[in-house]
Design a protein. Structure first.
Length: 326
């Protein structure tokens, strides 16, 4: 192939091998989905504007005094976001849609267990409250896209009026992706901060095994679910739990919002009802905190105790929530 296309000689050999692996992985994923009866299209050809990253899997790069040397490219000045820990295994060079360049190092590091943590916590993902914990802690949804939605629409209109291939259209495109990139970065930053707060306090994290892609098919909730960033948050929790020698548990999400965490009885509620009220055991609790406690029970295998109807109403405070045996 290099004989037919001499320009390939300007690219490091292992980078080309990694590109071949990506193509093969794309076809294998397509065939695997089709074998399971799912719809899947074949990988598409990507031009130079769409292919924004290249990977050095083993060698071909070196670091020295803030300078990054890349084989077949040259030496580049690099600004560190944080110190590099562990042994560097791979390097990926990526260009964002806004024209920024990033060098991402994949490193082999030792896990760092955190002492003094509590045993377990249940985590409920929501739209009104982004995250509710079984101990009563609530993190409100930042709604990053909703805050820039007007700017995004304006940038889309501005882009649609520009002639394709013109410099003004490219400027309008960059203006649009900058707005969207800002919301994406805020969402990701908030998710990692929440994950760090949870993992630092609890050794075992129990979350629902949500099918997020299926949930986004609901036209009424699709935009809000995407803005919430549940997938990013779950990935951050998994990564941080593994690195700190913690445990991440996925449980069945069925009826977690409808069951009572005190007695296990089914208490039907609409999405507009924000308070859980059980007529059997008298428990009154924020619906998301109640769901988090149901999730925790499933994760640690605690059975519900037998309960009897009560005359009065027992009200549990939102903070710290009902105590569960751990």
């Amino acid at each position: 192939m290099k004989a037919e296309k001499p320009e390939l000689n300007t690219v490091f050999s292992q980078v080309l091998q990694n590109i071949c692996k990506r193509i093969r992985r794309g076809f294998e994923n397509c065939w695997a989905r089709r074998r399971h009866g799912l719809k899947a299209g074949l990988p598409h050809f990507r031009d130079r504007h769409q292919y924004r990253s290249l990977t050095y899997p083993q060698m071909g790069f070196s670091l020295k005094d803030g300078w990054l040397k890349l084989s077949k490219i040259g030496t580049l000045r690099m600004v560190y976001h944080r110190p590099i820990e562990g042994r560097i295994k791979t390097l990926t060079i990526k260009r964002t849609p806004t024209g920024k360049w990033y060098a991402t190092f994949c490193c082999e590091v030792e896990s760092k267990p955190i002492s003094g943590r509590k045993k377990a916590v249940g985590v409920d993902f929501g739209l009104v409250h982004l995250v509710a914990l079984s101990d009563g802690t609530i993190f409100e949804a930042p709604k990053t896209y909703r805050k820039i939605e007007a700017q995004s629409r304006k940038a889309h209109r501005f882009l649609s009026h520009k002639k394709k291939g013109s410099r003004n259209r490219e400027k309008a495109r960059v203006r649009l992706v900058k707005v969207e990139e800002k919301a994406k970065n805020r969402r990701r930053d908030f998710a990692f901060k929440i994950a760090r707060s949870i993992v630092d306090r609890y050794q075992k994290v129990v979350v629902e095994d949500l099918r997020i892609d299926n949930m986004r098919r609901n036209r009424c909730l699709s935009k809000s679910i995407g803005d919430a960033g549940w997938g990013i948050l779950r990935s951050a929790l998994t990564y941080m739990a593994q690195r700190s020698e913690g445990v991440m548990v996925l449980v069945d999400p069925s009826y977690t919002s409808q069951l009572c965490s005190g007695c296990g009885k089914l208490v039907s509620k609409s999405l507009s009802e924000r308070t859980h009220r059980c007529s059997v055991c008298g428990l009154v609790l924020d619906r998301d905190v109640n769901a988090a406690q149901v999730i925790l029970r499933r994760g640690i295998g605690v059975e519900y105790a037998e309960s009897k109807p009560v005359d009065g109403v027992a009200t549990a405070p939102l903070f710290p929530g009902c105590k569960l045996p751990l």
